[in-house]
Design a protein around this ligand. Structure first.
Ligand code: GDP
Length: 183
């Protein structure tokens, strides 16, 4: 019916990854275009953003674990119905990259209910590396290694900084485009 024109297509996207990699900061940057030192909260939180893709109005809900991952209590309900998953690591903390392989990709594999859910791997905090004026030693995972890992696992890939905004809009734009293009 013609009333459908006004109804936004709703997409659910999740943020996962170790604590302190910047999930809440990416969410805040994407939905409010701000960065602040966040006080950690516990519980699941989500924020909305409307987008237009291929002339369709999209209501994007982005869910953040908001600290729950510390207690390893993310359950299947968090993943239910997600069409997109953003797996975040911190380029300056190698263990957070290794945990994508050892923990997060497996958990996504186990709990995501939507077939062909789109996965995006994000290397956050690139502002800390030498190219961006940070310390020479800050980066522990190269862009090439991150990209190769994503490719090997059938995931999209982008490096970001929630602090400077670099890559953040591109991350969600590409993810939503891919979701819309997935039959
Ligand atoms: P979460 O636990 O994964 O949600 O991580 P937070 O968003 O709470 O961020 C953890 C810490 O990293 C906070 O002190 C943030 O200010 C900081 N942070 C987050 N993103 C960035 C970034 O892109 N660059 C830098 N330099 N710090 C960041």
């Amino acid at each position: 019916s013609s009333s459908n024109v006004d109804v936004a297509h709703t997409i659910k996207v999740l943020l996962v990854g170790d604590s302190s990699v910047g999930k809440s900061s990416l969410l805040l940057r994407f939905t409010s275009d701000t960065f602040e030192d966040l006080t950690p909260t516990v519980g699941v939180d989500f924020r909305l953003r409307f987008m237009n893709v291929h002339n369709k109005r999209i209501k994007l809900t982005v869910w953040d674990t908001a600290g729950q991952e510390r207690f390893r209590t993310l359950t299947s309900s968090y993943y239910r119905g997600a069409q997109g998953v953003v797996l975040v690591y911190d380029v300056s903390q190698r263990s957070t990259f290794e945990n994508l392989r050892d923990v997060w990709l497996r958990e996504v594999e186990m709990y995501v209910t939507v077939p062909d859910a789109v996965r995006m791997i994000v290397g956050n905090k690139v502002d800390l590396d030498a190219e961006h004026g940070g310390k020479e030693t800050a980066r522990q995972v190269s862009r090439e290694e991150g990209a190769a890992f994503a490719r090997a696992n059938g995931c999209l890939f982008v490096e970001t900084s929630a602090k400077t905004r670099e890559g953040v809009m591109q991350c969600f734009d590409e993810l939503v485009q891919k979701i819309m293009d997935t039959p």
